[in-house]
Design a protein around this ligand. Sequence first.
Ligand code: ADP
Length: 970
Amino acid sequence: MSRTHVPEREQSGSSSGGSPADELAKLRQQAVKLQDELTELRRSFDREREHFHATLEQHIAFEKLITDIAVYFIHLPSTQIQDGISYALREIGAFAGVDRMSVYLYADHTFTHLQGWYVEKGIIPSDPEPAIRTADISWWFDQISQLKPIHISDTAMLPAGAQRELAALNMHRMQSLLAVPLTYTQTLNGFVVASSVSAQHDWSTEELSLLSTAAQIIANALARQQLEQQQLLDDRTVHHAVADAAARATNEDELLGYVTQLIGEALAAENYGVLLLHEADHTLHTHPSYHDGQVMIRWEQAVAGRAVASGKPLRVPDASQAPDALTIAPDSRSVLCVPLRISGRIIGVVNVESARTNVYSEADERLLGTFAQQLATGMERIRLFAAERRRTAQQRTLARSAGSIAAALTPDELWSAMTTAAHQTLAADRIGIFLYDESSDAFSCPFSSGLSSKYVNALQTRFRDAPIVKASGDLQPVVVNDILEDPAAASLRDIMVREGIRAFASFPLSPSLTMRKTMVLYRNEPAAFTADDLATGQTLAHVVAIAIQNIQLFSEIKHSLGREQQLNEMARMLSSTLDLPTLLARITGMATELIGADAGLLGLVIDNQIMTYYPFNVPGSVSLLPMLKGRGVAWRIVNSGESFLLPRYHELPGANRDWIRAGAQAFIGVPIMAGDTRLGALELFSFSPDKRFNERDQALAKSVGQQAGIAIQKARLYSDAQQRAGALAAALAKQEELDKLKSLFVQNVSHELRTPLGIVHGHAELLNSGRLGELQSDQQRSVQIIARRVRMLTDLVRDFSALLASETQEFRREEIDPAWLAQSMLADFQMEADKAEITLEADIEQALPPLVGDATHLRRVLDNLVGNALKFTPAGGRVTLHVWRQDINILFEVTDTGIGIEDSQLDSIFERFYQVDGSTTRKHMGTGLGLALVKEIVEAHQGHVSVRSQVGVGTTFQISLPMGNNIPGE
Ligand code: ADP
């Protein structure tokens, strides 16, 4: 820019001298010149001002742009930093009028392209450019890593060492560029580069400043993004680390230890760890894992206490300045404290402290919160797991103990097993079994373990105050977790305290309302009985109750077992003896020995009239003659059903003099019973004055009486049955003999009748034919009657012998073609059918397999069926014979369109001599034997006959015969 040369002119002016006119002209000239110069000056000044103005405006626009971008980034969430960068590149690029803008990031000796803006393409968000190793662009890296901008106004002017860079720039057709480093806390993060492809360009200081500021904004934004990502990562790391610790820890203490260590590593703290809340006395106790130093503080004074009270995290920058802000370490200044919650309940705090002030940030608070949360989850899991494990262990122990409790056969065994079980499963230090009988208001303690006699005695006098007795009829357990606190224990508190008891639970043993039995378990320390404990206790009580019952039963059983065994022996013997006299002698002998008597006498009533006697060891002086009804002790017992137990026989009214004289002393007399019937009496005597029978003996004798009664009755029934069976067998034999005779007789008669009947029939037909001379009409009628009746008789005889034959099963075995059988049948009946004006037809399947059987008999079957069909079908009707094969059977069906049979008759028609119309005036002839014969023959061939019929419509008989070999006896 050129300036005026006024001083020169002044100089020349001062050195000249001339005429005034000349001077004036000169001056005028000078004035004009000055005027020109002045104008020129003003112009230049104006230009200057304009330029300044323009620069100012640009400057303002620049500032505004930078402010805009900065503000934009401030409000940008870290997840959208990329958008922010595109915005900045676009705005700056447009503002500066450059062709390209790019951001490269630096890490691991590599530059990667993050984003670009090309004037011709706009934003290039992805990374189309390959990463550049710093080793490949050492000149460039050398420049930029000194955190200095790189300014290249003409790429051609790059130094010789930058050949690679030149090649790269040429490839992108770049003519000039300006690159500024991206830095954060004085370290290289990358660079921003603006370039021009169209022309060489001298980059101004303003442009440099603009780019540098933008680079700073971008660098900060990237750093922020990175930091926040780091934060997220920390949270995740905490989750992971604590979860890992929870998995490793086998108990809560271990977990707290691990997590405390993690907190120490994650947060700058000299003093840190977990404090647990004791609500009862409003104190917080450091967990043993607390680092460093163990204290117990009242929560009102402490920072930690305030966190508990508010349920919120608390961050104190300087505890020395805050009131009521007691720290765990006395010299702590910064405190960060987060409540620890399990299932919504605060159980303590996680606390970190530092001797420096203002150490903890919001991010630290969040981090510690995550720790607390994760720790709580872990603790919860461990608690659940421990509870589950305890429950399983408890149940396993209980199951084991239950076995030995239930197996106990004596009270001692039971008490010992029960005490062990109560101790192992429920941590009971002492145990007592108490009985309270409501009806007599009596209290007793059959068993106790660990209880002093003083305590038990005190209970004896004050049992009415005991919660066990008071909880009348209630089958729920009574639980007192701390006798010092629970009002339910108030009445007995003094004696329990003296005994050293702190907690107890009582479990009912039996559901009986009058006799209340309870099992009480005591603990020396106050310890809550959990729901699991109660369930376990109830199960234990249940098992004990059963065991007590078992033991009672067992002792009773054992007591009577010996005698029972003898009795059983006797019963077995009695039931195996069926001969009555032997039996009676045995009963008397065994009963005498069983009861331990010296002599025995069994009286048995005969026909309700006479008592007969069966003796065992009876002295010879005693008469054994039968007694008439109503006389003597035995009859008295039988009549009244009484039983006697006497130390002296002679005291018995009606005592037998013989026995008294023989010296009978103790006496038992019992009835012999079979059900309610008194069969006789059993009398047992002892001759020794010292011997006495007791009630057990009497009961036993009664039982013998009952067993004996049953045995006697059985023996009697047996002999009866034997007699009856003999008679029956004889009758049957006779019957069979008669049957045989009858059959033989009928056979003979039939045989004898057949020939003369044939002759009579022949002669009758001869007469009827008129060959012996024409007969008068009434003669002819008579002859016809004779012929018809003879035919009937012949039929009857034929049927009879056929029936007998089928009964005695005289069947031949021959192969029969079913078709032939049917066909020949039809031929036989064709004439008869024509005469009766009935259509007879057949439907016979081709190539039927053969049957094996008796052709004569089978023919007779079809004979009867077709004969009946024709007989019971009026003129104009139809009879069809249908033969076919079905599975392994050949079926014959004879169907007619005749009168039919009532449903009610269908079963009866197969009986011998049955005819639906049994009257003498019936239309149809017949013997009533036909169908019986059919059935018998078919069944003898393993076949089956059936009938279906409808009155007025017709009847169908069906015969089913199995193919092949089916004659019985083969
Ligand atoms: P009967 O010699 O009287 O024919 P059956 O034993 O052959 O004796 O038959 C018994 C009775 O069954 C006959 O009296 C008749 O009432 C009835 N019955 C048998 N076959 C037929 C039929 N096809 N239609 C109607 N009723 C029949």
